[in-house]
Design a protein around this ligand. Structure first.
Ligand SMILES: Nc1ncnc2c1ncn2[C@@H]1O[C@H](COP(=O)(O)OP(=O)(O)OP(=O)(O)O)[C@@H](O)[C@H]1O
Ligand SMILES: [Mg+2]
Length: 449
């Protein structure tokens, strides 16, 4: 649990007022705007204003998604850094970290500390194989909020760093315009040589690709969902960020000896169109942590009631962020007793993911929403055929399949293969947290569909 003192120190550092801090604490605990307003006896508008001040002060970007989740992560990672530093300034990990950070050929801009990292051996092995053995040019880590994409990308980069001359780990949270981004990267790769950069975007990318051909570079762009536009299509970019799409496309298509690793909640079109199982562009759908690894997180939090942990882990599908937040609530409110928490879990789970799911839901097309309502109402695995029968006749099978694909790209659908005697059928459903969210937030709308 993040200590009060630590939050107070952060508040001072970021000039957060006492009232803003109170709102922040309640929001971090998963309270909705309405509940916070009631608890603090202020209007909901005042709560929203204070929260947006907090986001501004912590530089959580205005147009970005899942602001509360991002803020929680920022605070958690600052807290982890703080505890690692204060518990052991001379531990091998922290020394290692500092040494790597001063390597003039590496940038780790905003990369979280991954000295506490559990499981993921299989994913790391797959990614290493794709990148080192198969020379993939673009590799995407796709998964829902908090599933561990950022941490895995850092762990991976740390693990394979010796194979690269240059490493650039860059978060897109502040989404710099593409030309600025390219200028920074090229100047870094060219340093100490001073260069005259060409003006146009196309030429700048060509310039970068020249470096990526001459040198082994590992480029990691984290949270690229931030630059994808929200007009009901996974494929477009916000106007001034459009050039990132061209960059992705060219890095996937053209020959070079470097690798671009991307993390995102949603899959951009360039990756979807270019990827294949054996080609140079691949994507890995990140699921939650295996139970053993997830248990480590709960163990670290000092929870009791181990026999109920599996239920907790299953409910959150091994999502480490959800487990961390749940564990904090269990400690704080239920004195460490998991069983108590589980009684209220369905209420709390949707709260926890409300920010992130609000953001994702706003981006859905009407057909996508229809499918989500239907799956939430069914509360079960559903085949394409059943979905087709349940949808209005105006939705053709091809539109239905395209829409299912789009929902998968948005990390919102679970998919299972059901093996019959001679046939295999693909079935879809929502994971419990998403199901809870749709059922509680859209009960009225859902039932009209
Ligand atoms: N393998 C792991 N072992 C321990 N903790 C982990 C692991 N993976 C992630 N975490 C923790 O879970 C939280 C969420 O992880 P992370 O930020 O990597 O998720 P994300 O998928 O990038 O989320 P977002 O979509 O919001 O950016 C962090 O606090 C991180 O430290
Ligand atoms: Mg992330």
């Amino acid at each position: 649990m993040i200590s009060q003192d630590f939050l107070q120190t952060l508040a001072t550092e970021y000039s957060v007022s006492n009232l803003e801090l109170k709102v922040l604490e309640l929001a971090m605990n998963g309270d909705s705007t309405t509940t916070i307003a009631q608890k603090l006896e202020v209007s909901e508008d005042a709560v929203r204003k204070r929260l947006s001040e907090v986001y501004r002060k912590f530089k959580i970007p205005g147009s970005g998604p899942v602001k509360l989740t991002k803020l929680q992560q920022l605070i958690l990672s600052r807290y982890q850094e703080h505890t690692v530093q204060s518990s052991s300034n001379s531990s091998p990990n922290s020394l290692n970290f500092r040494q790597q950070d001063v390597n003039p050929h590496q940038i780790w801009d905003g990369a979280p500390d991954v000295s506490t990292f559990y499981g993921r051996a299989e994913e790391l092995a797959t990614l290493e194989r794709w990148i080192i053995r198969d020379n993939c040019r673009v590799v995407m880590l796709l998964g829902m909020g908090g599933i561990g994409k950022t941490s895995l990308s850092v762990k991976l980069a740390r693990q394979i760093q010796d194979s690269y001359e240059y490493i650039i780990w860059q978060s897109l949270h502040y989404a710099p315009p593409i030309k600025e981004f390219l200028t920074n990267v090229i100047e870094f790769l060219a340093s100490p040589q001073k260069i005259d950069l060409p003006e146009t975007l196309y030429q700048k990318i060509s310039y970068l690709i020249r470096y990526l051909r001459q040198h082994h570079c590992l480029l990691i762009l984290d949270a690229i969902e931030v630059i994808l536009d929200s007009d009901n299509q996974v494929w477009r970019y916000s106007n001034e960020l459009e050039g990132y799409g061209i960059l992705l496309k060219r890095l996937g298509e053209e020959q070079h000896q470097s690798c671009l690793v991307l993390t995102s909640i949603e899959k951009p079109r360039e990756v979807a169109l270019q990827e294949s199982r054996t080609g140079f562009v691949r994507s890995l759908e990140l699921k939650g942590l295996q139970p053993e690894a997830a248990q480590q997180i709960l163990l670290d939090k000092g929870l009791s009631g181990e026999h109920q942990w599996l239920e907790l882990i299953q409910t959150y599908r091994g999502n480490p962020l959800a487990l961390k937040i749940a564990a904090a609530t269990i400690q704080e409110v239920f004195s460490g007793h998991t069983s108590e928490f589980l009684k209220y879990e369905s209420l709390l789970a949707s709260n926890m993911f409300r920010e992130i799911l609000d953001w994702q839901f706003k981006r859905l097309s009407n057909i996508e929403k229809e499918i989500m309502y239907y799956l939430a109402r069914e509360n079960n695995l559903v085949s394409v055929q059943n979905l087709k029968m349940a949808m209005p006749t105006s939705i053709t099978t091809s539109v239905l399949i395209e829409t299912l694909e789009s929902l998968r790209w948005r990390s919102l659908l679970e998919k299972v293969q059901s093996e019959g005697k001679n046939t295999t059928e693909t079935l879809f459903s929502l994971q419990p947290v998403v199901m809870n969210y749709v059922n509680s937030e859209f009960r009225d709308v859902r039932d009209k569909h």
